[in-house]
Design a protein around this ligand. Structure first.
Ligand code: PSZ
Length: 519
């Protein structure tokens, strides 16, 4: 199957896809050069409505085992390629949501398939089914077969692979990294590293008292200090218990779960278009920053010291809420002033979709963040941190897997592809085409689209309400475009990094027709 993929060269002439709209007229926007796409399809192809009959049958089956009501449709990942997701009914859709923003370089990327075809990554099977010729000098195939407990028994090349993958894209100033299995797990452990750092700062030495050792066993202070993490209304940092105390995007995430009394600051609600509301937006950001400082002081008084602040560069699940670079710089200053760790959650924004590898690089901070958590497009979870946040003893930040070396191997190749194919600049470029088209649609359909916004391909717009939003997503899906919602009325774009200008134009054409017919 893999070699078939590799050998298939699809050449798509983009002329027919590259129409743009201006002033209500359909125009040929670009005389696009022919582009050779060696594994992408050249457009959506719909056979049934989605979910189709096979998907519905499978949904019923799965729902007998677990609550599967969230399932949109079932996928055929063997047939999915590039920017196109194929479902089990044979529908091929342009995927602008990419598994909740977690497919970095498209489906079945030839470079990843090639990686898995390298002899050292294969378990060779002989004519009688016997395992053959395992190359013991390099632990390739065993990386996929034998998942290690990394904290105690790492493979020989573990440090080398971390350098090749994660450390090669480490954010400025953060040279230490710990891998984890998912985004929640990463934030959860980043919080713990912050608390340990804070307590050590307070102690001034490493001498833990007997009382601390005893009280921590019964969930009491001083062993379990009443520290807190400040988060923002509308933020999403995961669903595990600690993270959930910092997640405030939707009630469905939080209902019935006990939580912690940790401070929650307002996140700016910017008015669009930004250039028309400069003063109002500055005031709004100043109000939120003031509230952050007030909360830090208030929580210190009530002995729930704010040890750290967590924030997304763009609030994603909460509705694609942006704030200015200046806001984040000032927030970083506030964190430093009050001795709080500054943790930037790049689980959704990281990996290049905003046009920089890390979205927070846009801010131009003088003093780097203290920690950056990641997952999704990075294929493995984890967090980068400054040296001072290094756990002061083994087993303090620890679990069985601590990530997965197989994912590091894939990530190293993903990073190669990002560099080789200049995919950060591609995200900037394709994002501009997408946002320009959205702004144009917004002027033509102001009753359906507002607040078009974005950085790189990390774009979104608002619809009038939840029902309209959901209907637009459903109609688009039946026309061969997978979109995602966020917040209470937004539609977000989370395409892969190989989403190009012509994909943007293709989408804009389809969506323009949808809007013209929308009732
Ligand atoms: O409904 C959910 O649980 C969803 S939908 C999208 C996400 C979760 N995103 C995960 C996420 C994130 O966007 C940010 C900014 N931080 C942390 C997380 C948690 O990552 P996971 O899902 O890997 O635990």
């Amino acid at each position: 199957m893999a070699s078939m993929l590799l050998s298939r060269q699809l050449t798509c002439s983009l002329q027919q896809n590259c129409r743009l709209f201006a002033c209500g007229h359909r125009l040929i926007s670009q005389t696009a050069a022919k582009i050779d796409v060696d594994f992408d399809y050249d457009g959506p192809l719909m056979k049934t409505e989605v979910p189709g009959p096979r998907s519905r049958e499978l949904m019923k089956q799965l729902n007998g085992i677990q609550n599967a009501e969230a399932v949109h449709f079932f996928c055929n990942y063997e047939e999915s390629r590039g920017n196109y997701l194929v479902d089990v009914d044979g529908n091929r859709m342009l995927d602008l949501y990419s598994q909740i923003s977690s497919i970095p370089i498209g489906y079945s990327h030839p470079s990843l398939i090639k990686l898995l075809q390298q002899p050292q990554n294969l378990v060779l099977v002989g004519p009688h089914g016997q395992l053959m010729e395992i190359n013991s000098s390099w632990s390739g195939q065993s990386t996929f077969v034998n998942r290690p407990a990394l904290g105690i028994l790492p493979p020989e090349n573990f440090a080398e692979k971390l350098k090749e993958s994660l450390l090669s894209v480490a954010p400025k100033g953060l040279q230490q990294v710990i891998t984890m299995s998912c985004g929640s797990c990463s934030n959860e452990n980043a919080f713990k590293a912050i608390f340990m750092w804070y307590r050590n700062k307070e102690r001034g030495n490493n001498n833990v008292t007997k009382e601390e050792l005893e009280t921590c066993m019964i969930n009491q202070a001083p062993g379990c200090p009443d520290y807190s993490i400040l988060s923002f209304m509308g933020g999403f940092h995961g669903r595990t218990m600690g993270c959930l105390a910092t997640t405030h995007s939707k009630a469905i995430h939080k209902l019935d779960i006990p939580s912690l009394d940790w401070p929650i600051a307002p996140f700016p609600r910017l008015q669009y278009p930004l250039e028309e509301f400069v003063k109002e937006n500055q005031q709004e950001e100043a109000r939120c920053l003031e509230e952050v400082e007030d909360l830090i002081v208030k929580y210190r008084k009530k002995k729930r010291i704010v040890a750290g602040i967590i924030i997304e560069p763009i609030q994603s699940e909460g509705g694609d809420n942006h704030a200015s670079d200046d806001f984040f710089k000032k927030l970083r200053d506030i964190a430093r002033k009050h001795g709080c760790a500054f943790l930037v959650d790049e689980v959704q924004t990281g990996g290049g979709c905003t046009g920089k590898f890390w979205a927070h690089e846009h801010w131009g901070l003088d003093d780097p963040t203290d920690m950056v958590s990641f997952s999704k497009k990075m294929m493995t979870g984890g967090f980068f941190h400054k040296e001072e946040f290094r756990p002061n003893a083994p087993y303090r930040i620890f679990n069985t897997w601590l990530g997965d070396p197989a994912k590091n191997l894939l990530l190293a190749e993903v990073i190669n592809v990002i560099k080789r194919e200049d995919l950060l600049n591609n995200a900037t470029h394709a994002g501009k085409a997408l946002l320009a088209g959205l702004l144009d649609l917004q002027t033509r359909y102001p009753h359906l689209i507002s607040r078009a916004r974005g950085r790189g391909t990390f774009c979104s717009f608002d619809t009038p309400n939840d029902a309209t939003r959901n209907k637009l997503i459903a109609v688009a899906r039946n026309k061969g475009v997978v979109l995602g919602g966020c917040g209470d009325r937004s539609i977000r774009f989370r395409p892969t990094l190989i989403f190009k200008d012509h994909h943007a134009h293709l989408f804009l054409n389809i969506f323009s027709d949808i809007l013209a017919d929308f009732k």
